[in-house]
Design a protein around this ligand. Structure first.
Ligand code: TRP
Length: 449
């Protein structure tokens, strides 16, 4: 039985909603993923292409998800059931819910690492370590299965406790405190980084595009990164949009959230690259090891590094927490709306499922050879492929099944002058599906070859 719509949870204010949605978007993808990809793909050129992807694909798809959510006031499965009753389109919602559960499971594992790194840094565990020792500390920790599981558990528990509090009393309340904190911490780190002697080499790497390094894979990497970072493709924005009242403007919401997300990603680069180039012997192209293996060396080499290091991992943990609650909320909304569960039961049961599902990811980095590489594979299949497939279907559904006129009618309820409506229509009808399809083909090609 579906829950009574009049008792459905909602946001207390537009600012609360924007901060919560920005909190969903801003996460490990911004502070870990974005600098890692920028470092691997030539720096400034990647940043430029990324901005274009956010503008041409990210913002239009976010408007689409928010519109679908607000119009149906329902979870991702309920949206398709309401707008296209009796059709197989609801499977797109089901894919989103499953994707949310899987991403949550491994996301909390990595988020747990950040908790451990706050403690390690505060404890001075890296003081005086050589680069090899820093790397060994990382391998030693991630292959310590029981400990990784413990931190994973703590992170899932925090996520569950917030989601139990509800949309307004839990998610909105917590994100309105954590987001300003995150911003201040990041600003502090950027100031420290750009004022280090030798910071200019890093700034140049980050700001001066080297067009020789640009090729089609850079574009597709940037597009995939934008999708994950903006929390698109699995109905997270549908769910958050479904708690919006009809008075709140969707277009400005989508724009604010995208600007916030992109600003934080770019600032994360300003916190990392100048410091990285200021320390001799470090390179920006370390890949996923950048955050846990390269950065402690920076904190080792700068004044008050221990404190700045702890601040950095705290920043990562906060960013991850406001994202993990959105992942859990998607699945919880489904349980409440479609199965009639109480919020508390839904949060606890889904949290327990995510915890168990995360165990293979937690032990697959050196502890258990059976699950070796599990986390990376789960991330590829769900954090990449499933989001792209979901995003593609969301565009096609809105543009070709539900229809642009109905979508515009919904948007116009709160925004009579959506001047760029014709542009949005072209993007969501043609450009987004085309761009996302190419990304999908390339991703699958990569997988099978
Ligand atoms: N956007 C978050 C990040 O950058 C992760 C995330 C949260 C997410 N919710 C999502 C990604 C929904 C895709 C879909 O870390």
């Amino acid at each position: 039985m579906a829950a009574n719509p009049t008792t459905r949870d909602n946001w207390g204010s537009k600012l609360g909603f924007v901060l919560a949605a920005a909190g969903s978007a801003i996460g490990l993808g911004n502070i870990w993923g974005f600098p890692t990809q920028a470092g691997l793909n030539g720096g400034a050129g990647f940043v430029l292409v990324y901005l274009l992807c956010v503008l041409l694909i990210g913002v239009p798809v976010m408007i689409a998800e928010l519109t679908l959510g607000r119009s149906s006031q329902s979870d991702p499965v309920g949206v398709f059931k309401k707008l296209a009753p009796g059709s197989p389109w609801k499977l797109v919602g089901v894919l989103g819910v499953v994707t949310g559960l899987v991403i949550l499971s491994y996301y909390c594992v990595v988020a747990g690492w950040t908790l451990k790194y706050i403690l390690l840094t505060l404890d001075g565990a890296f003081t005086g370590s050589t680069a090899t020792e820093v790397a060994e500390t990382f391998t030693g920790f991630v292959s310590n299965g029981p400990q990784v599981i413990l931190f994973h558990f703590i992170f899932v528990l925090m996520t569950v406790l917030i989601v139990i509090g509800g949309v307004r009393g839990g998610i909105e309340k917590v994100t309105t405190i954590l987001m300003p904190m995150l911003f201040l911490l990041l600003l502090l780190l950027v100031l420290r980084s750009v004022t280090l002697p030798g910071a200019s080499t890093g700034l140049e790497f980050y700001l001066k595009p080297d067009f020789e390094k640009m090729d089609s894979t850079v574009i597709l990497t940037a597009m995939g990164q934008a999708f994950f970072s903006l929390s698109l493709g699995m109905g997270a924005m549908i769910t958050y949009g479904s708690y919006l009242s009809r008075r709140e403007d969707l277009i400005s919401s989508a724009v604010y959230v995208s600007i916030a997300d992109t600003t934080i990603a770019i600032l994360a680069g300003f916190a990392i690259f100048p410091a990285l180039f200021a320390v001799e012997g470090l390179t920006p192209d370390a890949g996923p090891g950048l955050i846990f293996v390269v950065l402690p060396n920076i904190f080792n080499n700068i004044p008050l590094g221990q404190l700045f290091g702890a601040a950095f991992y705290l920043l990562l943990a906060i960013a991850a927490l406001t994202s993990s609650i959105s992942l859990l909320e998607v699945v919880v909304a489904y349980m409440i709306d479609q199965r009639g569960w109480a919020r508390k039961k839904a949060a606890v049961v889904v949290g327990a499922m995510a915890f168990l599902l995360g165990v293979p990811s937690a032990v697959g980095n050196g502890y258990s050879s059976l699950f070796s590489g599990f986390l990376d594979r789960a991330d590829f299949l769900f954090g990449k492929v499933a989001l792209i497939v979901g995003g593609l279907f969301i565009c096609i559904f809105l543009a070709w099944k539900w229809g642009i006129p109905r979508a515009l009618q919904e948007i116009h309820r709160s925004n009579e002058h959506f001047a760029l409506a014709p542009l949005w229509a072209v993007l969501i009808r043609f450009i987004c599906p085309l761009g996302i399809s190419i990304l999908l083909i390339q991703t699958l090609w990569e997988f099978f070859s």
